[in-house]
Design a protein around this ligand. Structure first.
Ligand SMILES: Nc1ncnc2c1ncn2[C@@H]1O[C@H](COP(=O)(O)OP(=O)(O)OP(=O)(O)O)[C@@H](O)[C@H]1O
Ligand SMILES: C[C@@](O)(CCO)CC(=O)[O-]
Ligand SMILES: [Mg+2]
Length: 414
């Protein structure tokens, strides 16, 4: 049997980095997904390997069952899938050597942490069983849209669906959403995966990817937000590569050097996130009220961007996006870890399509890639089907076959 799970990426409207230090942040799921398919071999397949195919980066990795047993002798069944646990230092070292043996090309070094997270989640939930896992994503990897969290959530969802002790209940065909208790288990495992990739994640990325919609998040606690304001964001990918783990660590180091000043910065971010959440949730009676709310939102985004600059996580490419957008009186802030990656620009409801086209054309002439993603959509979902991905003719089949759903290179532009 084969199971598939998908989990969305996210944007952070306010509070990234500060959320790692206890401030409130606001995030929303976007309608770009990471997909994971999991299949155990049948006896006739006669396959004794754990196989991982990362389609987005063209990598196929495998480990024999014997190799996994030898490297991780203590895993067996002592680790129930229903009780997520953290990776010990000893296990982390063993996993690192399993990853190192795969000779991942140096240009793809960031990938090693994703593969380590995969091995931890897989072996914790399924021990050393042979299987084939295929991953593909509509998200740009390592660009601030939560690709690492979407990977961990989709992996946890697929792995738990076929595990004995943590089995989640699903019978129908087609994409299915889950009960809160199932989602809680998925989210806890995904957080363990994010810990391997980010070092010290706040948990906001995996939480919004699991539950979808829009959330306010503080110290591990989530509050779901309902918005009365269908706002639009332009997402610009500067295509400047960066690494979330390193950026989070750099903010922590700055905090150690300037603890009092940074505490004030984090306090200010907390106030911004709370005000932004209140605006989003308040009812809007007419166009004027919507315009006023959008102006306040834009101002808060600019203030948050200023504080992210104080934290040292902005970048020249982000400044360029801010400058271009400002020519059209549009507010911009980075999203996710910063250091390059993706940037958000608020598109007011009454802004004409011609202006939007002009901004996009100008940003793309700088070498950036723009998209308008749907905001506040679905969280993690799974499906079970008899057909193999290659034989499927629907959206899933196209994704698994590595075809571009929008008929062009890179991400879909909404
Ligand atoms: N589809 C995928 N295939 C392979 N690896 C992936 C995939 N998605 C995510 N990863 C892993 O996640 C890493 C990127 O995670 P990182 O946290 O740096 O960026 P992000 O999650 O996209 O952005 P942010 O954390 O700022 O939201 C990649 O280097 C890789 O290890
Ligand atoms: C930079 C950060 O705040 C958000 C990354 O999307 C890290 C985290 O919260 O784990
Ligand atoms: Mg990440």
């Amino acid at each position: 049997m084969e199971v598939r799970a998908r989990a969305p990426g996210k944007i952070i409207l306010a509070g990234e980095h500060a959320v790692v230090h206890g401030s409130t942040a606001v995030a929303a799921a976007i309608d770009l997904y990471t997909y994971v398919s999991l299949r155990f071999p049948t006896p006739t397949d006669n396959d004794n390997q754990l196989r991982l195919h990362l389609k987005d980066v063209g990598l196929e990795l495998s480990w024999t069952v014997e190799k996994l047993k030898e490297a991780l002798p203590k895993l067996s069944s002592s680790n129930p899938a229903s009780a997520p646990s953290s990776c010990s230092l000893e296990t982390f070292k063993a996993i690192t050597s399993l990853v190192d043996e795969q000779n991942i090309p140096e240009t793809n070094t960031g990938l090693a942490s994703g593969v380590s997270a995969f091995l931890w989640l897989y072996t914790s939930i399924h021990g050393n069983k042979p299987a084939k896992v295929v991953v593909t994503s509509e998200l740009p990897l390592g660009s601030g849209l939560g690709s690492s969290a979407a990977l961990c959530v989709a992996l946890s969802g697929a792995l738990l669906a076929l595990s004995e002790s943590g089995k989640l209940d699903f019978t129908d065909q087609g994409w299915q959403i889950f009960s809160d208790s199932d989602l809680e288990l998925v989210n806890k495992w995904a957080f363990e995966g994010e810990k391997i990739m980010h070092g010290k994640p706040s948990g906001i990325d995996n939480t919004v990817s699991t539950y979808g919609n829009m959330i306010k998040f503080r110290s591990g606690q989530l509050t779901r937000i309902k918005t009365n304001m269908p706002f639009k964001m332009l997402i610009t990918n500067t295509k400047v590569g960066r690494n979330t783990k390193a950026l989070v660590a750099s903010v922590s180091e700055r905090t150690l050097r300037h603890s009092s000043a940074m505490a004030s910065v984090f306090n200010a971010v907390d106030a911004i996130s709370n005000e932004l959440a209140a605006i989003i949730q308040s009812p809007a009676s007419d166009d004027l009220a919507v315009t006023e709310k959008e102006e306040k939102l834009g101002e808060l985004m600019e203030m948050n961007q200023g504080l992210l600059l104080c934290m040292g996580v902005s970048h020249l490419s982000i400044d360029t996006v801010i400058r271009v957008a400002l020519k059209y009186k549009l507010s911009t802030k980075l999203t996710g870890a910063g250091g390059g990656g993706c940037v958000l620009t608020l598109l007011p409801t009454l802004l004409s399509g011609t202006v939007v086209d002009k901004v996009i054309a100008e940003l793309e002439s700088c070498g950036f890639q723009c998209m308008i993603a749907g905001i506040g959509g679905r969280g993690m979902e799974r499906e079970r089907r008899g057909l193999g991905p290659e034989s499927s003719s629907g959206v899933w089949g196209k994704i698994m076959a590595g075809l571009d759903l929008w008929g062009r290179d890179g991400l879909g532009v909404g």
